[in-house]
Design a protein around this ligand. Structure first.
Ligand SMILES: Cc1ncc(COP(=O)(O)O)c(C=O)c1O
Length: 341
């Protein structure tokens, strides 16, 4: 097989012929005027799935998260999240740039923090020296945590805590459907405990572009204005929203295959002496560390010579992500290449 097997990210998928055909047939209008029926249908579809009032289609997951942070905060406030959070590490400093907020980092377990950690991070609202703690962000699945899935009860407890302390609670649910695939939690349970949720359509679900931010009417009204301010208001975006609708209607059940394939790769890696450790696989992300004498560059080079791409996650650490364009035939190739190293 000459074609590259690309395991760098689940963002590399291309729309299928069926998805493209569905996109071509979309009814469209000017979405900045709120007149694109397909965008409206996508926003309503996801909002009703999560039992939330309203949705907002955004160009990316970063846009959805950053808009959420902006609507929940004022400059000078503090955002609390895990030290590995995408909103902190990989959104180009957007929390500071867009919202003028400071960040309090928690040292969670593979991206998942607990109430105790949250309690100690909370500033005293009556102490004028301290920034006002305003927003808590959780990420499910946690990318940097190796696709780890939060225990729903832990999130529910945190939600009770944020409610008591008048903090907003946002979920970076870029890969929330992968988490749902792992533990079967119903989407409306997430809708019940978060103020806002961002969902990516262009990762495991296989759409080429787009995310949706969910929340109540008032928040989404504000979010619509912020999306415009950030330059994310799109016109005949229904062609893209159609891809999202198609993805939601067809591709959610396929996420279990991504999980199975990631688990299969992990199993074959676990038999190799050059592996130091592998994070438990709970979704489509697999992070593993090589022995000290095997730098990740060398490992990646060997993979590349065998037409396999992966991402370095540190000098000894590698990330594989399985996705819609990675099938069982490719899995067999990867397993055989790993066997031969
Ligand atoms: C957990 C998480 N949140 C948000 C994003 C941002 O998505 P986008 O690349 O669409 O901006 C990503 C992207 O990889 C992610 O992994």
């Amino acid at each position: 097989m000459n074609k590259m097997i690309d395991l760098r990210s689940d963002t590399v998928t291309r729309p299928s012929a069926e998805m493209l055909a569905y996109m071509m047939k979309a009814e469209v209008g000017d979405d900045v005027f709120g007149e694109d029926p397909t965008v409206n249908a996508l926003e309503e579809y996801l909002a009703s799935m999560f039992g939330m009032e309203s949705g907002l289609f955004t160009p990316s997951g970063t846009a959805a998260n950053q808009i959420a942070i902006k609507i929940h905060t004022q400059p000078g406030d503090e955002v609390i999240c895990d030290q590995t959070a995408h909103v902190y590490l990989f959104e180009a400093g957007g929390i500071a740039f867009n919202s003028g907020c400071s960040v309090r980092l928690l040292n969670g377990d593979r991206g998942r923090f607990n109430i105790k950690q949250l309690e100690t991070a909370l500033n005293d609202p009556d102490d004028i020296h301290e920034p006002v703690s305003r927003l808590v962000v959780a990420e499910n699945t946690s990318n940097r945590g190796g696709g780890s899935v939060w225990d729903y009860d832990d999130l529910r407890e945190i939600s009770e805590f944020t409610g008591q302390h008048k903090l907003a609670f946002h979920l970076d649910g870029a890969r929330l459907f992968n988490a749902i695939t792992w533990d079967g939690t119903q989407p409306e349970n997430y809708g019940r405990i978060f103020d806002t949720i961002s969902i990516c359509l262009s990762k495991g679900l296989g759409a080429p572009v787009g995310s949706v931010l969910l929340g109540n009417h008032e928040m989404m009204k504000k979010a619509r204005r912020i999306r415009k301010l950030f330059g994310g208001g799109m016109r005949q975006a229904g062609y893209l929203a159609a891809a999202g609708l198609f993805a939601l209607q067809h591709n959610i059940p396929l996420l279990k295959d991504d999980l199975r394939r990631a688990q299969t790769i992990a199993k074959s890696l676990s038999q190799k002496s050059f592996i130091d450790s592998i994070l438990p696989v709970e979704s489509n992300i697999l992070i593993f560390t090589l022995n000290k004498d095997f730098p990740s560059d060398n490992f990646l080079h060997i993979l590349q010579q065998n037409n396999i791409l992966a991402l370095p996650f540190g000098s000894q650490t590698i990330r594989f992500v399985t996705h819609l364009d990675f099938n069982d035939e490719m899995l067999e190739v990867v397993v055989n290449v790993l066997k031969a190293i």
